[in-house]
Design a protein around this ligand. Sequence first.
Ligand SMILES: Cc1cc2nc3c(=O)[nH]c(=O)nc-3n(C[C@H](O)[C@H](O)[C@H](O)COP(=O)(O)OP(=O)(O)OC[C@H]3O[C@@H](n4cnc5c(N)ncnc54)[C@H](O)[C@@H]3O)c2cc1C
Length: 349
Amino acid sequence: MKPVDFIIVGQGLAGTSLAIRLLDAGKSVLVIDEAKEQTASLVSSGIINPITGRRYVKSWMFDQLLSEALHFYRLMERRWGIEVIKPKRVLRALSNVLEENLWSGQSGKQDYKDFFGKIIKDKVYTQAFNNKVVFGEVRNSYQVDIPGLILNARKELKNRGVFIQERVLDSDIHIEDIISIKNYKTKHAIFAEGWKVINNPFFKKLPFDPTKGEVIIADLEDYNLEDIIKNQKFILPYSKGGYWIGSTNENGVDNNLPNAKKRNELHDFITACVKGNYRIMQEWTAVRPSTKQRRPILGAHPSLKNIFLFNGLGTKGASLAPYFSKMLVKHILKGDQILNDVDINRHLF
Ligand SMILES: Cc1cc2nc3c(=O)[nH]c(=O)nc-3n(C[C@H](O)[C@H](O)[C@H](O)COP(=O)(O)OP(=O)(O)OC[C@H]3O[C@@H](n4cnc5c(N)ncnc54)[C@H](O)[C@@H]3O)c2cc1C
């Protein structure tokens, strides 16, 4: 069999965005994914939130990232005739005067004006919760249907005959001038395996910090809000019914097994804060591919120049993947530079 230009290992958000860009650049591609159900991309709520953290600061590189994300996801909407990205208001709980004051202070900053809306004290919102809160409105926020994007891309890859559902083991990879992975031959391999990169023989020494998250999909009897609410945890309508509630954080993990204690944290949150009875519909566990520096890592292996990495999307894959997949593809195909903050070469192996 003739070698393909690229084999991509992993078809989460990272591998999907690369595959689309390489196919559209006229390259031959083969994508290999073990197709597990509870991956970071498939359980993600897909929120793009410009204002984050306890001090309500603008997210890193937000303007550039959002512009490329809107462009890329809208192309995918036209490609498959589906909705991928929609504007969605985030309402951030402010639980005391200090938080309200901080919020008001930040909202007055010149380059923050597009992102801060009004403080909402409307009973429709405040009475949905047991804890005393008002809400700060975050504007220019979005929700991306990441599972929908991945599953539509997988359908296209299968139709093109370039998707293989298998797990890649170390022993399946042989590197020479032509690389072979599971007996498929390629000129270049790109690894986009999410948190499982910690087992990858070429890249496992990089500073990854996999962070496990638990999620609950629940029917909330007396709750009826359409916005994305951040009141300690996120609560937002789930596309297949009920509400997506999450998530938890557990750093430095090496497995994706459910953590009962962390799940209870979500149950306790619902019981304490959300009014009315609830019924659990689903419980999911997945691991975010975070890094110690909280920045993606991309580029070629320092000594094996036909092997590449695209990883470290962490908690913000929805905004990071379009911009940095474009950067990596331009680097590989045209020799364009990779931004220093995310360049694999800034790390020691
Ligand atoms: C609970 C939770 C909530 C989140 N919410 C948000 C949010 O609101 N907004 C946001 O922007 N981000 C969010 N994220 C983060 C976002 O989901 C991730 O940044 C992104 O999905 C990571 O994509 P990825 O492709 O790098 O990894 P993954 O989604 O993990 O994909 C990796 C793929 O590689 C495959 N794979 C791995 N190893 C192998 C192998 N050896 N052989 C074959 N296949 C392999 C896996 O099966 C998987 O399909 C959330 C994550 C979690 C866990």
